[in-house]
Each structure stands twice: as structure tokens, then as C-alpha cells.
Design a protein around this ligand. Structure first.
Ligand code: ZN
Length: 426
């Protein structure tokens, strides 16, 4: 199989490069130390080699249709700040992005149906290579059905020398360092699941205000987030981080960006609702959907998404167009897990927190748009309702909410752990 650069490829390269830099620039402002950054991608004949500047832990691959792609998730790896478009007969482009704190994703856009074959990580853990095998359409579809294949570095297998016919190496500059991430507390075992609790609003954005009692949503959400954090630290079963631990403003993308950079397993954004009708009361859990479940959910999304547009300025600086390579692949799975957690949250927290009868709603909430982190927005009650406002701003109420949320979190991860017993590789 041969490959070559064409003007079409070059144009595609440029376009994708610009696009990818925008995306990568947003996601990759911080790099946790110790991970193997993607240094280069070599294409030699039909063999692809991804090189890292440090050891990676393992990888998995799966196929996608419409358009046809091969996706590789490499754990213990950091995506570089650029994209590579070495084309051969089967590969139209190769792209990369950061899927979570320590997992990089490399996507191969296929021009013809092909599967990945003979994938292996070198014994030194610093490269991953595989061959691309052209297959029929029906074979490709069948391969999709097989789901994810995992491959780890073989401890005792010597690297076989590779025959390199035509090859190019594209150097990729290392990811920049920036943004300070919040401390991770709780269980010291790094293998324990990580929950990121996000106290809604903050700084110059007070959120909803109860004029009668002078209660502000941003204070209530911070106190509840801190109470949940303390409860989780006390039980020691999971790791926990807060997006903010004081009265500061964060744009919505920064909130879920922190969760992604830390590689969070669950993201919970804490809010308090407000309504014209002072009788409205009780908690609601929202999960992501492009279409709101009802008018009230649509109104809530409009209000919560407005947090980025303070004083007429879009602080987020980024439209809803975060929907890039990473999103379509994983979002559906995350949305299902989020919906399951929403139901679990109600079940476990109901003894402590009054819920509304229609407690689970769907809305297009920007803060829930991390494609790979199961996320819910928990409206803990109505700050516009006298009884709810008193409950939400009392130490006792905050502790009750924390207890309920912590229980749900623990059951959620216990279930996940139980399911991991079956290693069919999905
Ligand atoms: Zn809010």
C-alpha cells in the first residue's frame, strides 16, 4: 500500500489543523506530569506507529461508522498540540485529542473500510503500532459489532523489528502547561473513582436570589458542595475535587474542563432553582439532552447557560460548537450513565431531601456537555421557596443533602465495580 500527499490532503490538513488547535487549546491547557505525550505518528506502508515521549499504560481500539473511523484510546498518554494527516490508501487523516486527564484518543479517518490488526505496545511502553487491513463493507460492520479490543504492553515480548518502506514522521510539540487544577481529596488510592463537585455560579454571578431572605444561590451551592466533599472525604471510598472552593467565577467550560482534565468518573453540578411561583419546591436532577423534556426544563437551561453571558459578554468565548471529534463517539454512553445516576440520586437521596414528583428532567445544559464524563445538574431545591431556602442554607439541610448525594455516589461506583467483573471488553 502506498500513500502520498496531495493538494486535497494538504488543504484538509490545514483546515483540520486549525480546527484541532482550537479544540486542543481549550482542552489541553494543563498536562498532569508523568504521562507519555504523543510525540509523533509514523505511517510506514500499511503499518502505523504512534510514538510517545514516555511510557504509556495500555490502549484499546474500536471502529465507528458514518463516517468510518478507527478510534484508539491510549491510557497514560497526553495528546500533543497538533494533528497529523499522513494519508495512505485507507487512511484519509489521523487526528488526536485528550479524552480525559490521562487518556489520549487518536482517530483514523478511513477512506475505505479497514480494520486494525496486529496491534501491540512496545515492551518499553513508548510506542504503539498496528497494521491497517483493508476489508469488505460487511466485514467492517461485523467488526464494529465486536466492540472494543484492548491491548496492553507485553512484559516479556521483545519488539519485532518493523519493515519500513515509505515512512514519514510528523513531530508534534508537547502540550502547554497552564491552569492550576484543584486539589483531589479523599481516598489516597489513585485507582479509586474521582468525583468532581461543581458549586454553581460564584464571583460576580450570584445565580438566583431570594429577595425576601437575601439568600443567594452561589453561597448555597458552595456550602452544599463543600458539605458533599466533606462527607465523601469522611467515608474515604472515592476521591473528590471541587471546581471552586471559594467565591469565584468560572465559565461553564472551565467547570467541566476541570472534570475532564482530572479524568473524573462523575461530575455533579450543584444548583438551587427559582420560580415565580413561591410555592414551587423540591429537588430536580437534570441530565443532558439536545431537546428539553418540557418548557420548564428549557427555561432552566436558558437561565443556567446564561452564566457565561454576564454583562452582555460571552465569557465562555466558545459557542456550543464543542462538538468535535471526541464528542460524537462517547457522548451517548455518558448520557446513559448520567440518566442512570439521576434515578439513583433520587432513590438514595429522597430520604434526606424532598424531591419533586417529576424529579428527572432533560435539558441542553452547557455545563453537562463534557462528552466523556457522566454528568448531572442537581437543582437541590427552590431558593424562591421560603421552606426550601431555609433548608438549603442551614447547616443541617446541607449535611442531609451531602449524605444523600454521597450514598448515591457510593452505590453508583459499587455497581460499576460489580459490572467490571465481566471483562468482555466492552
Ligand atoms: Zn443555578
Amino acid at each position: 500500500m502506498t500513500f502520498g500527499w496531495t493538494s486535497v490532503t494538504a488543504a484538509l490538513h490545514k483546515r483540520r489543523m486549525l480546527h484541532s488547535l482550537a479544540l486542543v487549546g481549550m482542552i489541553l491547557t494543563a498536562t498532569p506530569g508523568g504521562a507519555g505525550g504523543i510525540a509523533a505518528v509514523d505511517v510506514a506502508d500499511n503499518r502505523v506507529t504512534v510514538r510517545f515521549d514516555d511510557r504509556v499504560d495500555g490502549a484499546s481500539a474500536f471502529l465507528l461508522d458514518g463516517p468510518r473511523r478507527i478510534a484508539l484510546d491510549i491510557s497514560g498518554a497526553q495528546a500533543g498540540r497538533g494533528n497529523v494527516i499522513p494519508a495512505n490508501n485507507a487512511i484519509a487523516a489521523i487526528r488526536q485529542g485528550q479524552l480525559s486527564g490521562d487518556t489520549a484518543r487518536v482517530v483514523l479517518d478511513l477512506s475505505t473500510p479497514a480494520t486494525l490488526d496486529d496491534a501491540r505496545i512496545a515492551p518499553d511502553g513508548k510506542s504503539l503500532s498496528f497494521s491497517i487491513q483493508g476489508v469488505s463493507d460487511s466485514h467492517f460492520r461485523a467488526a464494529i459489532g465486536k466492540g472494543r479490543t484492548r491491548f496492553d504492553a507485553p512484559a516479556d515480548m521483545a519488539a519485532r523489528p518493523q519493515k519500513r518502506l515509505h515512512s514519514i514522521t510528523v513531530p508534534i510539540p508537547a502540550a502547554a502547561r497552564g491552569v492550576t487544577l484543584p486539589p483531589v481529596e479523599g481516598a489516597h488510592d489513585g485507582a479509586r473513582p474521582l468525583v468532581v463537585i461543581d458549586a454553581g455560579h460564584g464571583g460576580h454571578d450570584p445565580g438566583a436570589i431570594n429577595k425576601e431572605h437575601g439568600k443567594r444561590e452561589k453561597d448555597v451551592t458552595l456550602a452544599i458542595a463543600q458539605a458533599i466533599r466533606d462527607q465523601l472525604v469522611k467515608s474515604g471510598r472515592v476521591r473528590v475535587a471541587l471546581t471552586r472552593d471559594d467565591d469565584r467565577f468560572l465559565v461553564l467550560q472551565e467547570r467541566y474542563g476541570i472534570a475532564r482534565k482530572l479524568g473524573a468518573d462523575l461530575f455533579i453540578s450543584i444548583h438551587a432553582d427559582a420560580a415565580e411561583n413561591a410555592d414551587a419546591h423540591g429537588a430536580t436532577v437534570y441530565t443532558l439532552s439536545e431537546t428539553a423534556s418540557d418548557r420548564e426544563a428549557a427555561r432552566l437551561a436558558a437561565r443556567e447557560n446564561k452564566a457565561d453571558i454576564i454583562n452582555g459578554m460571552n465569557m465562555g468565548g466558545q459557542s456550543g460548537d464543542v462538538s468535535s471529534i471526541l464528542i460524537d463517539l462517547t457522548q451517548r454512553e455518558s448520557m446513559n450513565i448520567s440518566a442512570n445516576f439521576a434515578r439513583l440520586l433520587q432513590r438514595e437521596a429522597a430520604p434526606y431531601v424532598p424531591f419533586r414528583s417529576a424529579y428527572h428532567r432533560f435539558a441542553s445544559l452547557m455545563v453537562l456537555k463534557a462528552p466523556d464524563t457522566p454528568s448531572v445538574l442537581f437543582e437541590t431545591g427552590y431558593i424562591s421557596n421560603a421552606e426550601d431556602a431555609a433548608f438549603l442554607s442551614s447547616r443541617q439541610g446541607q449535611q442531609k443533602i451531602a449524605q444523600g448525594v454521597a450514598r448515591a455516589i457510593e452505590v453508583h461506583f459499587a455497581r460499576k465495580l460489580a459490572m467490571r467483573g465481566d471483562t468482555s471488553g466492552g
